[in-house]
Design a protein. Structure first.
Length: 145
């Protein structure tokens, strides 16, 4: 298959363009007759749940990470109406789709909790002593009056 018919998500995943569905409709907002007659708004649809190009691990990760963006059938929907050009909105929708999937597939490194160092503990104790001394000095002055 030709390389231009593939959508590259990251170094491990690419999706054939045939798996993407596009719907076109009229955009909202100002624009007069052009906006009323031209179907420049683009809706990109991608079936995460039924895509044959996704591994089970990738599908599960996308279903989990994109749960709030998927409908009940597991379809991801990306709407774009930024431009007055249908072609430009289509390109923008594909770019957003790539970014959404790439971001969802990033595995964050697990944070290993660390303990404060000896110097940090000493600094905290010194600060506590200084604060206690300050309050003790205040109470001494109060009693002297």
């Amino acid at each position: 298959m030709n390389d231009e018919n593939w959508i590259h998500i990251n170094q491990h995943l690419r999706i054939p363009e045939q798996e993407l569905r596009f719907r076109f409709s009229t955009s909202s907002g100002p624009g007069g007759q052009h906006a009323n007659r031209s179907e420049t708004r683009v809706t990109l649809l991608f079936d995460v749940a039924g895509s044959p190009s996704l591994s089970e691990y990738t599908r599960a990760r996308l279903m989990e990470k994109l749960a709030n963006r998927l409908d009940k059938e597991g379809v991801l929907r990306v709407d774009v109406q930024d431009s007055r050009s249908q072609h430009q909105n289509r390109e923008t929708a594909i770019a957003r789709f790539q970014a959404i999937l790439a971001h969802a597939l990033i595995v964050m490194k697990r944070r290993r909790p660390s303990k404060p160092g000896r110097a940090q503990k000493q600094k905290r104790l010194d600060e506590k002593k200084r604060q206690g001394k300050k309050k003790q000095d205040r109470s001494q002055r109060w009693q002297d009056q």
